[in-house]
Design a protein around this ligand. Structure first.
Ligand code: NAP
Length: 236
């Protein structure tokens, strides 16, 4: 499949290399492809990480045109503007896997969330581009775990939020290819539920501070239907 991974930070690079090593045709999007290719960090990644050498690099709009499925790995404050430049017409009907978080660093570290509580980045993207099939997922963990869940021992959870069942099924299949077992994938519901997934970030950041590393993840005990009888909404 042809993927566009929008974003050349740690997340974009990690996801793009993994997709390429799974056999997908991947182009990453960035503001200035030449400047990005010249960055030491980017060049070192291209030369050293498995799957990275085969990943293309283009402007955000060009990369978007390449992708049948898009991954939003851009800074949350810039995501809507980046997609706007790509052009709503080009987004129509495509799946957008939204792994971004709307982190606001304007008051320093730790960042706050903007939007928060009664809105989310996932919803903002879906509202702005109604033809795009947004699936929020993977935003609640470090990027190395996104594509290699075995880094964290035992069972742990990845959330899905989105309006389109077929899009969610495709993203679920990709999660399986990344190594996520079916029992780990927890569908929260429509895109409104992205608020919950994004609002885990303040907790995640404090956990990182307390633990001193990023190789951890959330695990929802009792998520499997009927396993405890306490699953909200599950049939008795
Ligand atoms: P990042 O530094 O948050 O974002 C990098 C990307 O955003 C780059 O492609 C950059 O463009 C683009 N960008 C930044 N500011 C921009 C602006 N003003 N206008 C246009 N483009 C702009 O990178 P990251 O750490 O890889 O994170 C990517 C996303 O994933 C974020 O939303 C983050 O919250 C989320 N996330 C991160 C992790 C993690 O493990 N780090 C885990 C879960 C979720 P250029 O390519 O042109 O520089």
């Amino acid at each position: 499949m042809r993927y566009a991974v929008l974003g050349t930070g740690m997340v974009g690079r990690t996801v793009a290399a993994r997709l390429n090593s799974l056999g997908h045709d991947v182009v990453m999007g960035t503001r200035d492809p030449e400047a990005t290719a010249d960055r030491d960090e980017f060049a070192a990644w291209r030369a050293g990480e498995r799957g990275a050498a085969g990943v293309g690099l283009a402007g955000f709009a060009e990369a978007t045109l390449h992708g049948e499925t898009l991954v939003n790995a851009t800074a949350g404050k810039a995501s809507v503007a980046i997609l706007t430049k790509a052009g709503a017409a080009h987004l129509h009907g495509r799946i957008l896997i939204d792994v971004a978080n709307p982190l606001d660093y304007s008051h320093g570290f730790p960042p706050t969330l903007q939007p928060v509580n009664d809105d989310s980045l996932g919803e903002r993207i879906q509202r702005t581009f109604p033809g795009l099939r947004v699936v929020k997922t993977l935003n609640t963990m470090n990027c190395r775990i996104m594509v290699d869940p075995a880094r964290v021992p035992g069972e742990h959870t990845v959330f899905l939020s989105g309006e389109d069942p077929e899009a969610k099924a495709e993203v679920r299949a990709l999660l399986h290819a990344f190594g996520w077992p079916e029992a780990s994938v927890l569908d929260l519901g429509g895109i409104e539920t992205a608020r919950g997934a994004e609002m885990l970030l303040p907790v995640w950041l404090r956990l990182m501070g307390a633990l001193g590393h990023t190789d951890f993840n959330f695990h929802v005990q009792g998520a499997r239907r009927g396993s405890t009888g306490l699953v909200p909404g599950a049939d008795a």
